[in-house]
Design a protein around this ligand. Sequence first.
Ligand code: GMT
Length: 371
Amino acid sequence: MRIGITCYATFGGSGIIATEIGLELARRGHQVHFICAEVPWRFDHFVENIFFHEVEWRDYPLLEHSSYALALASKMVEVARYQQLDLFHVHYAIPHATSAHLAREILIAGNEAAPKLITTLHGTDITLVGSDHSLLPITRFSIERSQGVTTPSEYLRFATYEKLGLPPAVPIEVIPNFVDTDSYAPLPERDRRRLKRILHNSNFRPLKRADDVLRVFSQVNEKIPCELVFIGDGPERSRVEKMVHELGLAAEVRFLGKQHNVADVLKQGDVFVLPSVTESFGLAALEALSCGVPVVASDVGGLPEVIQNGECGFLTPLGDLAAMSDAIVRMFSDEDLHARMSIAARKTALEHFQRKPMIDRYEAYYRKVLG
Ligand code: GMT
């Protein structure tokens, strides 16, 4: 197959999943054309069958607000035409599904072959931005006009019908996110000399509640001295950094910023904390589980589909910081419980979220959509 993949080529989960799908499909002999604003960050080496087409848009004052979606549609037309694509697989509905639909219409109007369109929804493209009245009609329309639609969780599938008022006649396939369990693997042995370490990895947007991570850490640290490591960067980081200094915790809290090798950091942790307001899936949590690190997270969105409460971590009511810190203190003060949960965490990743079976499912779904 000749596949065009579009994603936000950032450190976010949707970019990671799109890139991993493309890399694996290329290894399987498909021709994969990434059509993105920038090269996805995992392309640090040469791979057969992978092509990259940069979306170029004009920096012109009158076009300030609209040009990416339109330039993307134009680039999609060009790539589909010259590379004879069978399929556009776009990640994140806005504006990627809209641009791809427009590209198809342009090709059809010119009596040219138009690639089929598969849209993978990831989260806030439905739960926050896409369901806002300013974008709802175009989001719903673009999803309805896709020949295939997938979500990484049952939760997001349900939310899409509910929040967008999508008719049940539009089928949505759930294909869970996955992790490379070879790279994201536990260390053979933990260094028992160091302090216990709490981890968090996010883009520091308000919905991640990074400040709550700090508050939870502070409560745990009062009972059991430990460390906190933040991975990632984003709008809330400087506020959280200020709080660290106000709480006098600068010696115990480290900010690593955006990391290319997240797995190496995760392996050195003992608990991963995710107090988000919502998560369609929580890829960051799955990456921690795969490294044998139990997760304490809010009981929201698709997180219960990834974390079995009481087995590979704990799910606590949204905003209940005392419940989160109690869960961590419980694990930190009971070595056997922590060891059991760590084994269960790794098992969850191996049994339910391996990369190969999920990409088999995407490949089969592509073939079904292509008929
Ligand atoms: O939806 C977003 O705001 C960003 C997006 C991303 O690119 O990381 O996150 C969503 O997609 C991830 C990959 O499928 C999921 O693991 C995240 O849970 C999801 N975020 C939210 O639903 C808030």
